[in-house]
Design a protein around this ligand. Structure first.
Ligand code: F6P
Length: 343
């Protein structure tokens, strides 16, 4: 009887439990496997932290956010003897293969472990949607949905008070959440990490929007940077007190706008709200399909691969392809949004 390990690594995201449920259901029902959960990402196999998962354990988790297995950003290649300890855990628990659900870091480890002779199949996860080789990752649709709802709400209060409202969304390296929630929420400016922004231009858009008697909404990705290298603290960085910041560029920009326009301006940082709670129907379906196809990949012994969405099909790609480079917002996609700036 095959024993398959499952783990979730990196930042959590809505839909992880839906993947676990699909893996367990199909693994047990179609193949008669035993499924062993590893706790807290790669920390689980390194420290032999296991949690057997049966059919009963995946009842009622489809709609639940987070991950029943816990997560961490542990990298076995950065832990003394990490890979050897994984080998020991695998031998001790008689694990035949591992399904690793994660983003760039988790899947980068999955690739290296496969190269080192450990059979791993990857499932792409990130709210940032910045993984290569797949059209979408689950969690992204949910994050965009939450951000869009927030923009809708911030718009009504901005209108009442004739203020500019800067909405800071997640995305350190890629502006997908900003682009999509900005388009869906009818933002008047969208700023992404891929393109350093010109504050004068932002101010122009804001003033034009105020002229029309409507309040400007500016959506900014947490990793967006102003042209000219102004000193801006970003989310995740440490401030003067040594505290890890949640938000930074949004507040900075709101103050610049207030100073330069003389109008009131406020910032809202959405932060981890974008990662919590129940997944959208789209993400539940995508996560479920990824889980089912990951089981097929293991059954076929097709290790070193990742399941991916291409159009409406789930396909298998090499982990090396998926982790080769981040998928950022292309210029053409940004230019589509620019048509609405200031308007
Ligand atoms: O990768 C997911 C993500 O939510 C990013 O959008 C964000 O920059 C980062 O994780 C936040 O990390 P943490 O949860 O460790 O603060």
């Amino acid at each position: 009887q095959m024993r398959i390990g499952v783990l979730t690594g990196g930042g959590d995201c809505p839909g992880l439990n839906a993947v676990i449920r699909a893996v367990v259901r199909k693994g047990i029902k179609a193949h008669g496997w035993e499924i062993v959960g590893f706790r807290n990402g790669w920390q689980g196999p390194i420290e032999n932290l296991t949690k057997p998962i049966d059919l009963a354990d995946v009842e009622e988790i489809l709609t639940r956010g987070g991950t029943i297995l816990g997560s961490s950003r542990t990298n076995p290649y950065k832990v003394e003897g990490g890979v050897d300890r994984i080998r020991e855990t695998i031998a001790e628990n008689q694990i035949d293969a591992i399904i690793a659900i994660g983003g760039e870091d988790t899947l980068g480890v999955a690739k290296r472990l496969t190269d080192d002779g450990i059979g791993v199949v990857g499932v792409p996860k990130t709210i940032d949607n910045d993984l290569g080789a797949t059209d979408y990752t689950f969690g992204f649709d949910t994050a965009v949905h939450i951000a869009t709802e927030a923009i809708d709400r911030l718009r009504t209060t901005a209108e009442s008070h004739h203020r500019a409202l800067v909405v800071e969304v997640m995305g350190r390296h890629a502006g997908w959440i900003a682009l999509h929630s900005g388009l869906a929420g009818g933002a008047n400016v969208i700023l992404v990490p891929e393109r350093p922004f010109n504050v004068d231009k932002v101010v122009e858009h804001v003033e034009r929007r105020f002229e029309s008697e409507f309040a400007p909404i500016i959506v900014v990705a947490e990793g967006a940077i102003p042209e000219g290298g102004a000193e801006v603290l970003h989310s995740g960085e440490r401030d003067a007190f040594g505290h890890v910041r949640l938000g930074g560029v949004g507040q900075w920009l709101a103050e610049e706008i207030a100073d330069r326009t003389g109008k009131e301006s406020r910032a809202a940082v959405l932060g981890h709200i974008q990662r919590g709670g129940t997944p959208t129907a789209y993400d539940r379906v995508l996560a479920t399909r990824f889980g089912l196809h990951a089981v097929d990949a293991v059954a076929a012994g097709d290790f070193g691969t990742m399941v991916a969405l291409r159009g409406t099909d789930i396909v298998r790609v090499k982990l090396s392809e998926a982790t080769a480079e981040l998928k950022t917002v292309p210029t053409e996609r940004y230019e589509e949004a620019e048509v609405f700036f200031g308007a």
